[in-house]
Design a protein around this ligand. Structure first.
Ligand code: UDP
Length: 326
């Protein structure tokens, strides 16, 4: 039986497919290549180019393959874009989930691992954030992911794990796959564009937050550790574990300035900075309590050092300065 990975050509999806196939799992990918990359598709997986909103493609996949479970990454994920164009997010993310769930029900597929986000919490009431805390998204992206989580919960006989990621970072250590968003909005790849000579400086979005150095604190978690959590979640469901929601983070917060300093150490170059305005909707701190995933899923992140995480990102970006286009 195979695992259907929706969005297996994207950043986290491609790393998950790598880890799944390395463990001998049979993988089928569906990806519309809107934000995913053809070159990120693992040759060990069977690939269908298509959209999860298209029930005919899903029907074809579920008919041609014996699918045991779904791991669902296929979604739009840029906060600023979601504010400008919320209906794109409700269509692709929420409606996409509806069609996927309908097909799963029709074909009797009863397990799903869902790629959710810390953006479901919104502005946290306390740090670290626990799964029991209030969910109050502050943008349509986070709202769409929360709606997707809620939809899954109501489907009879469907068992699920939703994984709320904090800040995904890094790349596989070989440097063969990595982060390539167009446009790029994430801190670490943008910082690394400075030593790559692709940008003159990095703008720090606000230095007047109520944090030790005035810049925002985030919880960075390595993409391979995230990928491994999906496999543990899948095995949890296979073993009859209960449906549940888990945070995935390191439990440690790093400020924007600390990340820049770590990137200078890793790259051996000075990174020019400028102080800019706060970015709308950025909470001062987002740090996960992820003891639940460690306890129940037995998740043990391997990448606990921020410099090591940045080192893996640097290896990818140095070898692929134009992402998958090279
Ligand atoms: N950030 C920044 N400059 C940039 C991009 C991001 O100062 O050019 C900050 C951003 O305000 C946030 C942190 O870096 O505090 C992480 O942002 P990112 O977009 O990577 O992830 P988010 O936490 O928004 O999911």
């Amino acid at each position: 039986m195979a695992i259907l990975v929706c969005g297996g050509a994207g950043y986290i999806g491609a790393h998950a497919v790598h880890q799944l196939t390395a463990k001998g799992e049979k993988v089928v990918i569906i990806d519309n290549l809107q934000t995913g990359h053809r070159k990120a598709i693992n040759p060990a997986a069977k690939f269908y180019e298509g959209d999860i909103r298209n029930c005919d493609v899903l029907k074809k996949i579920f008919t041609e393959n014996k699918i045991e479970a779904v791991i669902h990454f296929a979604a739009n994920s840029i906060v600023s874009e979601s504010v400008k164009n919320p209906l794109k997010y409700f269509n692709n993310n929420v409606y996409g989930m509806q069609v996927l769930l309908e097909s799963m029900v029709n074909f009797g597929v009863d397990k799903i691992v869902f790629s959710s986000t810390a953006a479901t919490y919104g502005e946290p009431e306390k740090i670290p954030i626990s799964e029991k805390d209030k969910t109050a998204p502050t943008n349509p992206y986070g709202e769409s992911k929360l709606m997707m989580e809620k939809m899954i919960k109501w489907i009879p006989n469907l068992r699920y794990v939703s994984l709320r990621y904090f800040n995904a970072a890094g790349a596989i250590e070989s440097g063969s796959i990595g982060e390539d968003h167009q446009p790029e909005t994430h801190l670490i790849p943008l910082i690394l564009q400075v030593p790559l000579g692709k940008r003159d400086h990095i703008t720090i979005f606000g230095n007047d937050y109520p944090t030790p150095d005035g810049t925002c604190l985030r919880d960075y978690v390595h993409v391979i550790d995230l990928a491994d959590a999906h496999i543990l979640a899948l095995n949890h469901l296979r073993e009859g574990g209960e449906s549940d929601i888990f945070n995935l983070g390191s439990g440690q917060g790093f400020s924007v300035k600390e990340i820049i300093a770590a990137a200078e150490k890793v790259t051996g170059q000075n990174i020019k900075t400028e102080i800019g305005e706060r970015r709308a909707g950025d909470p001062a701190q987002l740090i996960a309590a992820s003891d639940k995933a460690r306890k129940i899923l037995k998740w043990t992140p391997q990448f606990t050092n921020i410099e090591k995480i940045i080192e893996t990102a640097w290896k990818w970006h140095k070898n692929h300065p134009n992402g998958y286009e090279d």
